[in-house]
Design a protein around this ligand. Structure first.
Ligand code: MLT
Length: 257
């Protein structure tokens, strides 16, 4: 097995939770605590993030998906429910596209199936430039306000600070490789009607990074899907509203064979 770093706790169906950008497995702390009695919760650090080794160049969503497959193969696991938040959702879709037989259920959180627009790609390259010239901190400072809803930030400054800390601890090469990988990810909208596994979509009504309308469109396109829109929360719905998030996941796991 490659140099994987991951959490692995609990009993029940295997649930692999894939963090977003620029995060690491600590994103899922409240799910590890809240879901371990309902599932075996595996929370990997993606290559270049958290405690994983550095990466260079571009990490495509397929490359991350292949890394996850090598993790579950190494653990001797055949099928998983795979869930991902934002970039983690792009990766979950890439995983399903490549390793359909290894997926028994799909959870897409605060994510989308479409590719970057031309404008978004330019934004990614500008961010790469900013990371190279100024380092990680200013980039992260610009992102934190859009991760959590304003009410969460004012009511729960400690939570806000811990998200800021986790993001600020990521390293430039991993961030750059992910930005370049997200910029070249394919549009996976056309695969949605063909998804045959039960799918849960979760988002927050106040997500301004990926609008709830995009989640609703995915829910309409995926045949056996359901959607939970958590009121008043933004991009990190699992962090901001862990109870509502975990309840939705627990109910969903009960429907997956
Ligand atoms: C994320 O949270 O993973 C990112 O906002 C996704 C993106 O930049 O497209």
């Amino acid at each position: 097995m490659r140099n994987h770093v991951y959490g692995d706790v609990g009993n029940g169906p295997v649930l692999v939770l894939v963090h977003g950008f620029p995060h690491d497995r600590r994103l899922w702390r409240a799910q590890v605590d809240g879901l371990r009695s309902s599932a075996r919760v595996i929370t990997p650090d993606l290559p270049g993030f958290g405690e994983r080794d550095e990466v260079a160049g571009t990490m495509t969503m397929d490359a991350y998906a292949a890394d996850l497959k090598s993790l579950i193969d190494g653990l001797g696991i055949e099928r998983v429910v795979i869930g991902g938040l934002s970039m983690g959702g792009y990766i979950a879709l890439a995983f399903l596209a490549r390793f359909q037989d290894a997926v028994s259920g799909l959870i897409l959180c605060n994510t989308r199936a479409s590719a970057d627009s031309a404008e978004a790609r330019i934004g990614r390259e500008n961010m790469v430039k900013q990371v190279m010239e100024e380092g990680v901190e200013p980039v992260v400072d610009g992102m934190v306000p859009r991760m959590l809803a304003p009410a969460t930030r004012s009511k729960n400054p400690e939570l806000s600070a811990s998200v800021r800390r986790m993001m600020g601890e990521q390293r430039a090469p991993g961030i750059i490789a992910a930005l370049r990988g997200m910029a070249v990810r394919p549009d996976r909208t056309s695969m949605l009607p063909g998804i045959q596994v039960p799918t849960l979509i979760i988002t927050g009504s106040a997500d301004t990074l990926i609008l709830p309308a995009e989640s609703e469109a995915m829910a309409r396109a995926i045949p056996s899907s359901s959607i939970t829109v958590i009121p008043g929360v933004a991009h990190l719905s699992n962090v901001e509203a862990p109870q509502a998030f975990n309840t939705a996941v627990r109910t969903f796991l009960g429907t997956v064979r």
